[in-house]
Design a protein. Structure first.
Length: 335
């Protein structure tokens, strides 16, 4: 005889434990299948999107040029997005080293242990593959005072640029933060200006400023963010003017634009030229340089900066002339 079925008081046969357990497992199975399908669809969608961005950003053309060793870009590595996500903990905020109007720079570490800097730009330039290739070409210029481009990732809406990591950041805080633990000496000011100048030729920078000059572990200057100009208006002569502003920053410790100065003198170049005209150079000189710089050398550098800031570009010195003069000052200073 069959044993009588045990019925839990107050419950219907359809809600017995064995039946409910089966229903729960069934629901769990359906949820699991749904999640798996969702992830598959998501990954396919992401793969499709990365392929779309790769093509839009000129990835196919770049692959062709890399394989044919064209345009001096054969050493550029094409990173996939997953590599850079892993290197930066998925672009964690803790990995941000700088964040400005042009974009964000993350510090990352590759599988081989190399420390890198990944620049993520804010703007999208549609249909500008030729300009991007030009940028890659100039970025691969092999110069000791130019930040080395390691590679790029074209699988995002805006291409990600991968550079060597420069540990001491930009020149800007060393000039404008009086509480900096390691203030630059006069000789280091000269060396920085020479390194920056020597990296300019034969390329045009378009955006020479202290926030684009990086300092390596030995506090040698390296240039970043060059060769990206879309306009032919940026020439060596406009570079000279921008370099003159950096020279004045080195001399005065003042920012290029400041609301603390009078309305007329908000621009550092105007403020400097007015002071030079009134023979007040040493009134605006950085206090840190007043103590340990050579007066004659300061005057020579100031006059050089003045020539760089002439409104008439035809009267600007060339970058080569600027470099020769700065090297001469440094040799005298060291000697």
């Amino acid at each position: 005889m069959l044993a009588p079925q045990t019925i839990i008081p107050g419950s219907s046969p359809c809600c017995q434990p064995s039946h409910c357990l089966g229903t729960s497992f069934g629901a769990l199975f359906l949820i699991t299948i749904t999640l798996v399908l969702f992830n598959v669809i998501k990954k396919r969608s992401e793969t499709k999107l990365t392929k779309k961005f790769f093509k839009k950003n000129g990835g196919l053309l770049l692959q062709q040029q890399l394989s044919s060793n064209e345009n001096n870009i054969q050493n550029i590595k094409l990173f996939n997005l997953k590599e850079l996500e892993k290197a930066t903990d998925h672009f964690s905020e803790n990995r941000i080293v700088s964040n400005g109007g042009q974009g964000t720079v993350f510090q990352g570490m590759l599988i081989d242990g190399r420390i890198i800097a990944i620049k993520k730009c804010n703007t999208v330039q549609e249909g500008n593959i030729e300009q991007f290739m030009r940028f890659l070409f100039f970025s691969k210029v092999n110069h000791r005072n130019v930040v080395k481009l390691i590679g790029c990732c074209l699988e995002t809406e805006v291409p990600l640029m991968v550079y060597e990591f420069i540990p001491n950041g930009t020149l800007f805080p060393y000039l404008h933060d009086e509480n900096k633990e390691f203030p630059l000496t006069w000789n280091m000011h000269l060396r920085t200006s020479i390194h920056r100048n020597s990296a300019t030729s034969p390329i045009y920078d378009k955006d020479i400023k202290s926030t684009n000059i990086l300092l390596d572990k030995k506090y040698k200057a390296k240039v970043a963010d060059f060769g990206t100009s879309k306009s032919i208006e940026f020439t060596e002569k406009s570079d000279v003017y921008s370099f003159g502003v950096v020279l004045v920053e080195l001399l005065t410790g003042e920012k290029p634009v400041s609301s603390t100065r009078s309305e007329v003198d908000k621009s550092l170049s105007t403020y400097f030229l007015h002071s030079m005209k009134e023979n007040h150079l040493f009134d605006i000189l950085d206090d840190r340089l007043q103590k340990e710089s050579d007066k004659e050398e300061v005057i020579i550098v100031a006059n050089l900066a003045k020539r760089c800031l002439r409104l008439n570009e035809r009267k600007h010195p060339t970058m080569r002339e600027v470099a020769i003069e700065l090297l001469g000052i440094q040799k005298t200073s060291v000697g």
